[in-house]
Design a protein around this ligand. Structure first.
Ligand SMILES: C[S@@+](CC[C@H](N)C(=O)[O-])C[C@H]1O[C@@H](n2cnc3c(N)ncnc32)[C@H](O)[C@@H]1O
Length: 252
């Protein structure tokens, strides 16, 4: 089972329990009266019961909302009689971009321009910079750094096929840029002065363990927005942007 899958199975179990509870009461009730099951109120009742179960089992608040609207929305969309092939197509398209969210809780969102500028500034006194962007998205960071640092060697590692392809095209002409389709957890960090990560809170502790194992003393791990739990950053760089980005810098 992929890591984190248990969390989603729990939600599936919760929604299934609500369906079972409501349908097993409603079906006999309407059956005895000789009436067909009225789907709109049934779907609504399933939503309410599922949301209640989510509250009682202390799921995060966004799961309450998802459970509340899931059955009513499913019923409404089913009425549109859309060819199931379109759903499959949409699922595949999302998978090509959001693969990282499925098994590692790391979706795609991009570092903004002020943050990339700050990275240029933070690394400007490292001669012949060797930097890796772990989960490099569409190449936003390595592209700018490769241009700013012709003496450097920039590497991007990305595992979502569509993002990787876009990044590949965007970095194709940059001779000091290596663009890899791969898993960041299988990328050895020993050869890099700086590892940059813009991931999520979930993998930060494991990333720190990996950095400690593999990176050379004196090298730098920079995390956009997500600090490493229980580890004091060597420096926190506040980016002057609208979302008040913090770059957490850890000297190995
Ligand atoms: C938040 S985005 C950051 C993109 C880019 N670094 C930036 O700052 O613009 C995180 C990226 O990590 C990728 N990712 C998640 N898990 C990964 C893994 N195990 N190996 C490689 N890439 C991964 C996701 O597909 C996503 O594109």
């Amino acid at each position: 089972m992929p890591p984190g899958a248990g969390r989603y199975l729990r939600q599936l179990a919760l929604q299934s329990a609500a369906v079972l509870a409501v349908v097993s009461l409603a079906w006999p009730y309407y059956g005895v009266r000789g009436e067909a099951l009225p789907w709109p109120p049934t779907a609504f009742a399933i939503g309410v019961v599922a949301a209640l179960l989510a509250v009682l089992s202390r799921q995060a608040w966004w799961w309450w909302l998802i459970h509340l609207v899931f059955a009513p929305l499913t019923w409404s969309v089913a009425r549109l009689a859309i060819d199931p092939g379109w759903f499959l197509l949409l699922f595949i398209a999302l998978l090509l971009v959001y693969r990282g969210a499925l098994n590692g809780q790391v979706p795609l969102y991009l570092s903004n321009t002020p943050t990339v500028r700050a990275l240029v500034e933070l690394t400007e006194d490292i001669p012949a910079l060797r930097l890796v962007d772990l989960g490099a998205g569409v190449g936003t960071v390595v592209r700018v750094l490769a241009r700013a640092r012709p003496d450097g060697r920039l590497t991007g590692v990305e595992n979502a096929p569509a993002s990787w392809l876009i990044g590949r095209l965007r970095t194709a002409r940059l001779t000091n840029c290596r663009w890899i389709w791969g898993n960041l957890w299988q990328t050895n960090l020993a050869a890099f002065d700086v590892a940059y990560a813009f991931l999520s809170p979930a993998p930060m502790a494991a990333l720190w363990e990996k950095a400690k194992r593999e990176m050379q003393p004196g090298s730098l791990l920079i995390s956009n927005s997500f600090p490493i739990p229980g580890v004091e950053a060597t420096r926190v760089f506040a980016v002057a942007d609208g979302r008040q980005t913090q770059l957490y810098c850890y000297r190995l």
